[in-house]
Design a protein around this ligand. Sequence first.
Ligand SMILES: *Cc1c(COP(=O)(O)O)cnc(C)c1O
Length: 485
Amino acid sequence: MKESLGTSGLILNEPLLWEKSKKGRCGFSIPRRDVDSFPMDENVIGDGPDFPDLSEVDVVRHYTRLSQWNFGVDTGMYPLGSCTMKYNPKTNERQAGLPGFAGAHPLLPTSLTQGALKLMFELEGFLAEITGMDAVTLQPAAGAHGELAGMLLICAFHKDKGQSRSKIIVPDTAHGTNPASASLCNYRSIPVKSNEHGILSSEAVAEVMDEETAGIMVTNPNTLGLFEENIIQIADIVHSKGGLVYCDGANMNAIMGIADMGKIGIDVLHLNLHKTFSTPHGGGGPGAGPVCVKKQLEPFLPVPRIIAKDGEYSLSDDFPESIGKLHAFYGNFGVLVKAYSYILSMGAKGLKNASSLAVLNANYIKEQLKDIFDLPYDRPCMHECVFSDKNQEPDKITTLDIVKRLIDYGFHPPTIYFPLVVHGAIMIEPTETESKENIDLFIDALKQVVKEAKEDPELLRQAPTRTKVRRLDETAAARNPCLTG
Ligand SMILES: *Cc1c(COP(=O)(O)O)cnc(C)c1O
């Protein structure tokens, strides 16, 4: 096989700052005192805070070393399925940091924030065009927040018609946050099983759809990385009983500029700007989950809304049917700037190309690995592909062992044990930003790991062996949290 990335070498150990401290060592110099000294009252300040005494170089090395223990998309391939961990062009970060944007106070009068308002107004238009929907709110702060907004919109729609519906259909290939968002709106989730091809059949939906059901929440592409091909017929069935179709569009990275969600029967859809549109994520940083709707749901969108009149932008609360406010001010503005900058710099063709390459890369991996891993749904995938550890069962090697060993080859593990419909799932999403060379290295590393599973299974069970820490207790941090430091 080709040379692996390797993970050992000059990654240095690092003690706590308090362990490095040497009394009297100092990392700064301040001008000589030119006033009389004044004794502090020791009863008030006691011994003072327990700060370590460190030199400047101690501090710089400490934090630099810690940063090198981290792994991110700027370090290497990060193939977490369902997460779209792609490289984000740094120029978009730079635009978001421009002082006029980063320093704008949300309480400034609109006469001084015309640029920010214009950006948000135009971004709404771009997202409407990309999704094929009619109107957009940028307020929700995350995907799940967008789902909640979407469910509230669906509730408001039915209430306006004088109906109160109690159920919502959620397929087994939906994202895990979907039923949680539905239940926050007091909807009972009605599960539907996907068929032998890993997608929903219109018959299964017809069986459960009735006039008590508010609608359906479909993740499309679904969590198996497959496009819900029967979506048009499914939408017809749901609409014929007065229901609405919610699409979890967090996986837009596979279909930008390719699928028109409005035309295929979607009524409301959220996007994750912190997946597809150039905000890095993981670690819980700020995100944005805009919600795009069809005309009939527009009156219910959250306020304030951005209005354009005679070239002037303003904010309006004058939407009596609105579900209200969902976020302080207008959402996470910096994330919106990055999305705007990304969309403009890519252009329509560029966005479509990004999706095409993301899909090509995932299919390439699927084809290259399907001889060594069990592939439960052997059909063209979208931006991610899902294997299981069934072929490794005779060697008593599990998904966990495989991906832990992959770390020794310098790759972040893919998503594992999700989606739940695949036992021992290994879910790989390369994204469009990986080159063929990188993807080939990743494929080679996985092939090597599978070979080792046969020849030296114990090695896999001990993995990772080349990292700073070995196999950790997966649940200790959650079960016995140490909150005092
Ligand atoms: C990531 C994701 C979500 C949740 O988004 P958050 O921003 O983490 O709340 C929902 N649905 C799908 C399909 C996703 O991939």
